[in-house]
Write a protein that binds this ligand. Structure first.
Ligand code: NAP
Ligand code: F7E
Length: 354
């Protein structure tokens, strides 16, 4: 009897765009564990860049059985439409984006195409194919722009200041508009910064942990931009859990996903040096700030204007009370634990590279 019942449970199908990214890789693991058939959208590149999903890709029990990869691009209508037509998924997690805020000032058109119109392409495909597919959109705290030092929630004002934030605000609003106009299950997770050992190496947290590992093993120094910006940093693994929980709700809602604590870039750097037992002195002049190793007088890192942005978001702090109420989501990993995990990961990796 039990066997008969088990057979009738339909395996859910999900498409993840951005599967090769930090969040895509954690989400793929989570959905596979939950018994989903997972289809990832992947861009063609001249080099192999599936590092974050190689452990899934190289598992013959999973690859092409419950986990599939398909070439496509968020800027290419046909690839999005034909993938959705072919798979007819129960859920789509739209995580693909040109996700670097500073790069968005240099590539504003491309960022708008991928990050704003890409979402529209998904919504239009689901709508025109008359599917009941649920759509999750990876929204971001960058849509708030500069706020006073208050906890930001679902009702705060959105005033983005970067091409990235503005493209993501378009996506946020188009998700809401399609939800209302066509009664679609479409929701936005307004995610504040989330990091992990899988974080891209050009984002500040990973720049710091990798930079310090290089300093420890190879005595190389590194450059940073604005040390005074504050971010609400959580762990990516916990944030993908929130995405899935949002998609299991009966009715779609938008939720802020954050830790409720904010630290500066300087705090992150200092905490990482503390873990590595590096005693430093900070020397400031009008041009730059330097961090010098007290032990040997060597330069650890210094600031450089080239890493500053034309518009900066100075302070971000989220309020996830609604997420706790509606999906029982609460982050557990503390700031110190997050920094420690990333520092230890890079320390071992750089040692292996040597
Ligand atoms: P990530 O590591 O930069 O990954 C981005 C993914 O998008 C990669 O798989 C990338 O593919 C893919 N992609 C980029 N442009 C594409 C295109 N034109 N067509 C198809 N795929 C494309 O980002 P993440 O940290 O995992 O973030 C996931 C999502 O959440 C993003 O939408 C980001 O904007 C948003 N978000 C992130 C944070 C955060 O703190 N991490 C916070 C709020 C919102 P390649 O590997 O080929 O480059
Ligand atoms: O910068 C400062 C920089 O690039 C954080 C993305 O996932 O989160 C991320 O965007 C802060 C900024 O992340 C360097 O000026 C100093 O104030 O790590 P980041 P971000 O811009 O907050 C949001 C929520 C997203 O949605 C995005 O997709 O650190 N900073 N020095 C630096 N930043 C970088 N990248 N490099 C530096 O050398």
């Amino acid at each position: 009897m039990f066997q008969l019942m088990a057979k009738t449970v339909k395996q859910k199908k999900a498409i993840i765009t951005g599967i090769t990214g930090q969040d895509g890789s954690y989400l793929a693991e989570l959905l596979i564990k939950k018994g989903y058939q997972v289809h990832g959208l992947i861009r063609r590149a001249s080099i192999i860049k599936t590092d974050r999903i190689d452990h899934i890709f190289n598992n013959p029990k999973i690859f092409n059985k419950t986990f599939f990869l398909h070439y496509g691009d968020m800027t290419d209508d046909i690839s999005i439409n034909s993938l959705i037509y072919k798979i007819r998924p129960d859920e789509i997690y739209n995580l693909a984006a040109q996700s670097h805020v500073k790069v968005s000032f240099e590539l504003p058109m491309y960022t708008a195409n991928a990050d704003a119109l890409g979402t529209l392409r998904i919504l239009e495909s689901v709508k025109s194919l008359r599917l009941n597919t649920k759509v999750y959109q990876a929204s971001t705290s960058e849509i708030y722009g500069n706020s006073s030092k208050v906890k930001l929630d679902e009702n705060s004002v959105f005033r983005p200041v970067s091409p990235y934030g503005i493209a993501k605000l378009y996506s946020f609003e188009i998700i809401r508009a399609y939800r209302k106009a066509y009664n679609m299950f479409a929701c936005n997770g307004i995610l504040f910064n989330h990091e992990s050992p899988r974080r891209g190496e050009t984002f500040v947290t990973r720049k710091i942990t990798k930079g310090l590992a290089n300093y420890v093993h190879k005595q190389e120094s590194f450059l940073l931009g604005n040390l005074n910006a504050y971010r609400d940093w959580g762990h990516a693994k916990e944030y993908v859990d929130a995405m899935w929980k949002m998609m299991q709700l009966k009715k779609p809602i938008d939720l802020v996903i954050s830790t409720g604590k904010s630290y500066s870039v300087r705090d992150f750097l200092v905490e990482a040096m503390k873990i590595l037992e590096i005693n430093f002195i900070e020397i400031k002049n009008r041009k730059e700030t330097k961090f010098i190793d007290k032990k040997n007088n060597q330069l650890i890192c210094k600031t450089d204007k080239r890493y500053e942005r034309p518009n900066e978001v100075n302070y971000l702090l989220g309020n996830s009370n609604l997420a706790f109420k509606r999906i029982k989501w609460k982050p557990k990993v503390t700031f110190k634990e997050l920094v420690k995990e990333m520092v230890n990961f890079d320390l071992i990796n750089v040692k292996k590279e040597k």
